[in-house]
Write a protein that binds this ligand. Structure first.
Ligand SMILES: NC(=O)c1ccc[n+]([C@@H]2O[C@H](COP(=O)([O-])OP(=O)(O)OC[C@H]3O[C@@H](n4cnc5c(N)ncnc54)[C@H](O)[C@@H]3O)[C@@H](O)[C@H]2O)c1
Length: 387
């Protein structure tokens, strides 16, 4: 069978993650890559063994052999590149947050529908087998009525004022940093697993470092380089380092979560707990192959990832047997597998987050901005398919 040809746009942390996951599918060839410059694309292509280093993303879009593109560039470029890609007839899998605003995301949703193109927002957190297990436990009523949700998405890679990245500045990142970067994942996942929509929220955001030392040369995400004074300029910061948010979900569920990029020791601590009238369940991305089940009248339990013991609809998200850990790269693979299966066969059901889910994320982020500004609760747009 001839492999479908994909191109990756963006040659940084996620570019590499996407290339590795795509190659594991077996049905897709990573045929081309573009970066911010021809030199960046060339060095990435050489390191990754990709046949074509495109001079820029426009060259990729002009190549009739490329069926779909993965957009792994900074947030401000998502919508313009995705819109051009769809106009060129390419299927698009785009990183989150989908766009810079709900209005931009709406345009992407409408164009994808008009051109009948397969479209996805990379909310990879949904694709851990144990997250799917929680979703199916909720669906089967094993938790009873969902009373509350709690959690955090906390990291420490921007703890020091010498830590810098394109995300720090609104221009490349969008108006929200920590909420947009990782809060978007938390809100997407909690709605996905509970089946409940966030109906209202109340947010408070904080800039911990009012200024940061910007390196004179760009640094790759998570590179953890140590800067000397001659290497940086002191710049004013306009995006938040920390955020907290109170939630109303569905008819009566209450919840709260925090997001941080300045929490020492938290490397990628995406954690949530769903508390129902029968039991609670909790999951942590730093230890993703287990679920904690909390009981009132019997001992608490740990459920371990083992496809032979998962709910049938969750088992298909685990490709390895019990005792064989699956993690971050595997979650991307599971999402990409479903996206590319639908590129090959559009009659298949949609089993990945679409641009419509990305738009929903942008609407919630705009509610966060409004709430923080007004210092008040804000009503959220209704969500299709959720209670
Ligand atoms: N789903 C996830 O788990 C996850 C994790 C991290 C980042 N992300 C998202 O992925 C995206 C990229 O983040 P990253 O951490 O890889 O950043 P990064 O800085 O490591 O990489 C970004 C790359 O894009 C390139 N680039 C910038 N403008 C470009 C353009 N116009 N054309 C082609 N290339 C261009 C840069 O040179 C760089 O190679 C962001 O939107 C981010 O929110 C998602």
């Amino acid at each position: 069978m001839r492999k479908m040809k994909a191109a990756v746009i963006g040659a940084g942390f996620m570019g590499k993650t996407h290339v590795e996951a795509l190659r594991r599918l077996g049905t897709v060839e990573v045929a081309s890559v573009a970066g911010i410059s021809p030199e960046e694309a060339q060095s990435f292509a050489a390191a990754q063994g990709i046949p074509v280093a495109a001079p820029d993303y426009k060259a990729i879009l002009a190549d009739p052999e490329i069926v779909g593109v993965h957009i792994c560039t900074p947030n401000a470029t998502h919508a313009p590149i995705a819109i051009e890609a769809m106009k060129a007839g390419k299927h698009v899998l785009c990183e989150k947050p989908l766009a810079m605003s709900a209005a931009e995301a709406q345009q992407m949703v409408e164009l994808a529908a008009k051109k009948k193109l397969v479209n996805a927002t990379n909310h990879n957190l949904r694709y851990y087998p144990m997250v799917q297990q929680i979703r199916r436990m909720v669906e089967a009523g094993e938790l009873g009525e969902i009373l509350t949700v709690q959690g955090t998405y906390s990291q420490d890679w921007l703890l020091y004022d010498t830590d810098f990245n394109w995300r720090i500045q609104k221009k490349a990142n969008g108006p929200l940093r920590v909420m947009g970067d990782i809060g978007s994942h938390w809100m997407d996942t909690i709605q996905h697993v509970t089946g409940l929509a966030i109906t209202e929220l109340c947010a408070d955001l904080a800039i911990i470092h009012k200024t940061r030392k910007q390196p004179k040369v760009a640094i790759e995400t998570f590179a953890g380089k140590t800067l000397q004074p001659e290497d940086y300029n002191e710049v004013k910061i306009d995006t938040e380092d920390f955020g907290m948010c109170l939630l109303h979900m569905g008819k009566s569920c209450r919840g709260a979560f925090t997001v941080s990029q300045v929490a020492a020791g938290c490397k990628n601590r995406f954690e949530f707990m769903v508390c129902g009238s029968k039991c609670s369940v909790a999951w942590n991305q730093e230890n993703p192959n287990q679920i904690w089940v909390g009981n009132r009248n019997e001992p608490n339990k740990l459920l371990l990832k083992d496809p032979s013991m998962l709910a049938p609809k969750a088992a298909g998200y685990a490709d390895y047997p019990g005792g064989h850990a699956e993690g971050y790269p595997d979650a991307h693979k599971q999402l990409f597998k479903r996206f590319w299966a639908r590129v090959a066969d559009p009659s298949l059901p949609i089993e990945y987050p679409t641009f419509a889910d990305g738009l929903r994320g942008m609407q919630l982020l705009e509610a966060v901005i409004q709430s923080n500004k007004k210092r008040a609760w804000v009503k959220c747009a209704p969500a299709k398919g959720k209670k």
